[in-house]
Design a protein around this ligand. Structure first.
Ligand code: OOG
Ligand code: MG
Length: 273
């Protein structure tokens, strides 16, 4: 009983209601002083609320791995969030803006797990995570802060599952990250809306090389006890600042050497109405 009424579970419920009602709430940091650990606990409680309505974990993501994102949002620590089944869209598919409050989109690099990964059971989590990865793809992430005006502190955004709201991956290319000298740096990245460049960057903007997201994911998954099933998607972080995503457009991300990924949007989000 106490668990369901604790302040942390009240915050998780408020954030979850913002997701399901598509209505933004005030920042938790305005009235509560959460530690980073509390914030990750709120995120984990949110994951239980999702699981209770059948929305399972299908991957994890990092945020603020690029300077462009850190500058855009005024938060510079790398953050870790969860990806859920309901937010996964097929490449070339359509995304209904009614499901979002004030969505933004960003180009990403994605890795796929060929085998289950339990960081806490691993003797060397970083090496085992690299060995478990079997493919790489270009990705699009849709972020949708549950806070008004898309404004938050570090603990706010962590509690809000790092603004995660949707993602799409392009065609997977086999990748062996145990091979020496595997690199994904220095590849131009573009984000286009209706064929017009909305943001450009390079995979080097993601921690110098998106593969460097893997040690951070291994460490954070171990710290939070997140177990990833085979097939899970890992988003390394955006290569550019995020761009507002309206309804009625086609958005495409291209990563040189990895191909491209696109979705079409329909309808209007809460704040577009
Ligand atoms: C937080 C999510 C950041 C990234 O790729 O840097 C993120 C936000 O900007 O709202 O996903
Ligand atoms: Mg992102």
């Amino acid at each position: 009983m106490t668990e369901t009424t604790s302040p942390l579970s009240q915050y998780a419920t408020a954030l979850d209601e913002a997701v399901t009602s598509r209505r933004a709430i005030g920042q938790l940091s305005r009235y509560a002083s959460l530690t980073l650990d509390d914030a990750y606990h709120v995120q984990a409680l949110g994951s239980e609320l999702r699981a209770a309505r059948g929305d399972g974990l299908v991957g994890v993501k990092l945020g603020f791995t690029s300077k462009a994102k850190a500058l855009q949002m005024g938060v510079s620590d790398v953050i870790f969030g969860r990806l859920y089944a309901k937010g996964e869209y097929p490449d070339g598919g359509s995304v209904a803006m009614e499901d979002f409050i004030h969505p933004r989109v960003e180009p990403e690099v994605a890795f796929r797990l060929g085998a289950r990964f339990d960081a806490r059971a691993a003797a060397d989590p970083e090496a085992e995570l690299r060995a478990a990865i079997d493919a790489v793809a270009p990705g699009l992430e849709i972020i949708d802060s549950r806070y008004a005006n898309f404004q938050f502190s570090l603990t706010d955004v962590v509690a809000d599952n790092t603004s995660a709201a949707g993602f799409v991956t392009g065609a997977w290319q086999p990748a062996d990250l145990t091979a020496p000298d595997v690199r994904f740096d220095d590849r131009p990245v573009t984000l286009e809306i209706d064929g017009v460049a909305a943001a450009t960057g390079s995979t080097s903007d993601i921690l110098g090389d998106p593969v460097l997201a893997l040690p951070a994911i291994a460490r954070m998954a171990a710290a939070r006890g997140v177990v990833l099933p085979a097939g899970s998607v890992l988003l390394a972080g955006a290569a550019t600042a995020a761009v507002a995503l309206p309804g009625g457009v086609t958005v495409r991300a291209a990563v040189q050497g990895l191909g491209s990924v696109r979705v079409t949007t329909t309808g209007t989000s809460t704040e577009e109405r």
